[in-house]
Design a protein around this ligand. Structure first.
Ligand SMILES: [Zn+2]
Length: 451
């Protein structure tokens, strides 16, 4: 990859003439620039571990995997082993979910070999990033589990209880009742044993204002980006990851000053959290709401304003389509019960979960836009819909707020201003309260959690 064929040819000739002595002083190829490693980082997380090697010039690499035991080998070309690179081994924690041991050693002149002893089979993704902000050239090694999960897909696959709830015939009445009391009204209705599940339409069936329940409301705040990923960078050099964390902390403080709110942050400092982990954290604490906070960027510096996103039906249905395809061959077995018309039933099941949640997300988004409009121009007047991975918790109303354009010099100045950050947090706070005033939280609606 790094060596041009003509060079290789010449080097082979030289090697033939002079043997290893000459080889040791021959550059590895055109890419053998004087790159040196300036920093190394390891970001472990459940969904994947990221290893970053930052260097003064772009690195080229070759990779291969070995089995029994699982190892990943990455040869870094055009570089020599230095202290920084050697420190990488010590940065892998015992609790890293994927890496057991990492070794860096000089393989041949200008080539450093990284050997990663793995705890499980992984699907590595290795790529380079161009310099941004204070970061120089980076080579990123992401170790994903060999079987990658989509949160919605995982939910549908794991959710045997929900599957049982929409399969009335073979389920004992007592069990059905106890489960029905445990799920959202839309799903509970589907479990009515006198109804054929396929008759149910995915519409709101309960007047929530009559269901006021006094309990703690859990709001998950998700400051975008973090760690290795600065997000958008403003013309003044300010990082999206920093301003959204500051706004999220202000919003957290406002919510926690109320007696009935509990706040969980997907990150409360400058570290990297994969998208899937953000969603999983929200589901693990049975969040009532998920609010992802970002700052927008566009090539045109005059782009400005706030916007709010909810998951698109398309985003949900593309996952749904994969799930349907995957379960197609399961002989219509859902939750271990054989049902007729399995296709329709599965579609209904998906509509019930995703449509109800998207409806709630749109209501939340609308309440948010109403408040944001009083402190900033709205980039778009309505809640937009897109297939953001971070919005894919199938059972938690989720929105993504683009607070303002950090690429716009005026809005960048505002975003780093204490008073404006507080105003922004206030607007988000009021939006959340406005949403719950109209849509009081239901009785605890635990459906299913990933372990
Ligand atoms: Zn962002």
């Amino acid at each position: 990859m790094a060596t041009a064929p003509s060079k290789l040819g010449r080097r082979d000739v030289l090697r033939g003439l002079a043997g290893t002595l000459l080889l040791s002083v021959t550059p590895v190829g055109l890419a053998a620039t004087s790159a040196s490693v300036v920093a190394v980082r390891v970001w472990p997380a459940n969904a994947y571990t990221r290893v970053t090697i930052e260097s003064s010039a772009p690195l080229t690499f070759k990779q291969f995997s070995l089995k029994d035991p699982d190892r990943l080998v990455v040869d870094l070309e055009g570089i020599d082993l230095n202290n920084e690179l050697q420190s990488l081994a010590g940065k892998v924690g015992d609790n890293d979910p994927y890496i057991k041991l990492l070794r860096a050693a000089r393989n041949k002149p200008g080539v450093v070999r990284l050997v990663l002893d793995l705890k499980a089979a992984v699907k590595p993704q290795i790529f380079t990033l161009d310099p941004i902000a204070e970061y120089k050239h980076r080579l990123v090694i992401d170790l994903y589990p060999a079987v990658q999960t989509d949160e919605l897909l995982a939910f549908l696959n794991d959710n045997s209880q929900l599957k049982m709830d929409v399969v009335p015939p073979a389920v004992p009445a007592e069990k059905t009742a106890s489960q029905a009391s445990n799920v959202k009204p839309a799903e509970a209705k589907a479990s009515d044993p006198n109804k054929k599940p396929t008759e149910n339409k995915p519409t709101e069936t309960v007047d929530r204002s009559k269901l006021k329940v006094d309990r703690l409301i859990t709001v998950v705040l998700d400051p975008g980006h973090g760690g290795e990923d600065p997000g958008a960078v403003g013309p003044g050099g300010n990082h999206e990851k920093a301003v959204v964390l500051q706004i999220a902390k202000r919003l957290r403080d406002l919510l926690q000053s109320e007696p009935n709110f509990r706040v969980v942050m997907t990150r409360d400092a400058d570290f990297f959290v994969p998208l899937g982990v953000r969603v999983r954290k929200a589901r693990a604490v049975q969040a009532d709401l998920f609010v992802s906070i970002h700052a927008d960027a566009f090539v045109r510096p005059d782009a400005n304003g706030s916007s709010v996103f909810a998951l698109s039906e398309g985003g949900a249905s593309s996952t749904a389509a994969r799930w349907l395809a995957q379960t197609q061959n399961d002989a219509d077995l859902i939750g271990g019960v054989k049902v007729k018309g399995g296709e329709d039933l599965r579609k209904t099941l998906l509509d019930l979960t995703t449509t109800a949640t998207i409806n709630d997300s749109l209501k939340l988004g609308k309440a948010m836009l109403g408040e944001l409009g009083s402190i900033n121009r709205l980039h778009k007047p309505n809640v937009e819909q897109a297939s953001f991975a971070v919005l894919k918790a199938p059972d938690i109303p989720s929105i993504l707020v683009e607070t303002a354009f950090i690429s716009n010099p005026d809005e960048e100045r505002k975003l780093i201003d204490d008073d404006y950050q507080q105003k922004m947090a206030q607007a988000l706070f009021k939006g959340i309260k406005r949403y719950f005033a109209k849509n009081p939280p239901l009785a605890r609606t635990r459906i299913a959690q990933n372990p």
